[in-house]
Write a protein that binds this ligand. Sequence first.
Ligand code: ADP
Ligand code: MG
Ligand code: MG
Ligand code: MG
Ligand code: MG
Length: 637
Amino acid sequence: MGLLTEGSPLSWEETKKLSDHVRKHGVIQFINLYKRLRDRQGDILKWGDEVEYMLIKFDDDSKTAKLSLRAVEILKILNEKENEDPKNVKSLWRPEYGAYMIEGTPGKPYGGLLAHFNVVEANMRYRRQEATKLLQPNEVLMSLTVFPRIGAPDFTDPPTHPTSNTGASKSLFFPDEAIYPGHPRFKTLTRNIRERRGEKVAINIPIYRDENVPLLFKEDLTSKGDDGSSSKASKDNHIYMDAMGFGMGCCCLQLTFQACNIQEARTLYDQLTPLCPIMLALTAASPFYRGYISDVDCRWSVISSSVDCRTQEERGLKPLKENKFRISKSRYDSIDSYLSKQGEKYNDVPLTYDDEIYKQLLDNDIDHLLAQHIAHLFIRDSVSLFSEKVHQDDLEDTDHFENIQSTNWQTMRFKPPPPNSSIGWRVEFRPCEVQITDFENAAIVCFTVLLTRVILSYKLNLLIPISKVDQNMVRAQKRDAVKVEKFWFRRDITSDVKSDDAQSEYTEFTINEIINGKDGIFPGLVPLVNSYLANMDVDADTHCTIQRYIKLIQKRASGELLTTAAWLRKEVLLHPEYKHDAVITQRINYDLLKKIHSIVSNDVLCPELLGQCISSKTTDTIPAAVAKAEKCSAASC
Ligand code: ADP
Ligand code: MG
Ligand code: MG
Ligand code: MG
Ligand code: MG
């Protein structure tokens, strides 16, 4: 979840008074950092994944599955190895928003060898086993995007109760005890976002229309302690949620790539942007909220609303008086502008940015595109500030910059090198939902990394106007988007022919056409990846692993296999206890999670989700001979 500064959090009133201070010094810190690092060259491809997990506690007598609030205890032990010998660990573990969540990454980033694709899954498996060893009987680690009964009555172990009058969330449904208690950042963000907004966050997701859902679906919120504000904020026929935990309490899969220099990082940032909605639709895994079946398949709009700190003025509901800007999106949303020269002409959405900051950046020799990107990030206030960090050395520190940067939770993140490190310019790919098995997560990770290689080596151009990417984000979240939606995509991605008619540069394709190709019209991303691989020397095991991953992606795209969301829906709809009322009871939830656990443990096959062949040849380490052979062949070409 980005920067974790130790210390004492300031109140919202104090933080608000220091907003200009944080912005002013954050910008200076960025300028200093940029001057030092703009010409940094020669970094090699490195990359790594982040997987978020939930702790689930089963009770086989009462047939319940709850979120187990033991992340602090588990993390303490998981971090011991790293504390003793940080350079020689196979995994790194970090806290996340939920008191039931942990985040794991590989101990070191992977590099440019194709053989690295063969260790990703083994490392994910290692992480799962490592954390699982620390669990109690009947406690299970799951890579689940959303817990189906999150915020429904009695969803935590031990039991907790929401406090609608006090605390960080003031939620009718989500208790503060479910927020990670081991670091003050999470509760502070929750409180400050709510206080900045001037009211609780409001998330309304359409309910799935099944035959026994009342024609007017409207909940009684008064009995839950509502003072009237929730009834006003909730929409008819929607699942209403009122806390940051509903979004930030979801798990996801992220990827970070290091580029050889800032230019390449800007290119990757742009080229991966049109892929965000495509990969979101392909990885869709979150159809349930608060114990109900919803009519969407992804968490994106939930998490976006769950941290929407914009005031009524900023949202355009009142004339501007206290605030400076109308702001069209939450601080958690898809990106608003491209960063490369090639992307410039596709920046068709008016960008809100701070003029003074923009000018200051230009005055310091930062170009228009990067300046407007930073000035856009800096329209936001700090929503978490620690007293120890208020005064900083702007030549050395970057905390104020990171403060704003790390709370702009967008589909892509442009990551400058940290001060005094060997790390280069990086970009982070953030849209994907996490899948239940390591096999699927490794497939998504390896496919995305391969795409970056193909984009850079073949100089592909995937750019379409930002407004079209925004439209695709909306479509990607719809129920069964992979099967029923079309997505704006560039017609010709292999040659950079300029067309006079911008309209004809892009068209609408299905996900199947984008991934697998359309005869004579569009080559398809997988065929391009395969032609790239055909020109590479790759050892037999790695080749086999990559092909299994690619098959999974192809079959998900074609609809031959179900998306995680589609499979989850089907399981609930077919459950004997399901009453066609869109309700996920404790028992349905228990049976579903048990089944997921048995699939992940390989006790039960699930060919409709995973296909027939799920065992890859993944290994813990790259055999020395393979590494050597690959290095030689890379050197000779
Ligand atoms: P954040 O939560 O801020 O996105 P994390 O530290 O949790 O960042 O995850 C960063 C990811 O980047 C990890 O997968 C890690 O392996 C990877 N990584 C670390 N160093 C580099 C590097 N130099 N280049 C690319 N990726 C890196
Ligand atoms: Mg995370
Ligand atoms: Mg992280
Ligand atoms: Mg998260
Ligand atoms: Mg991340």
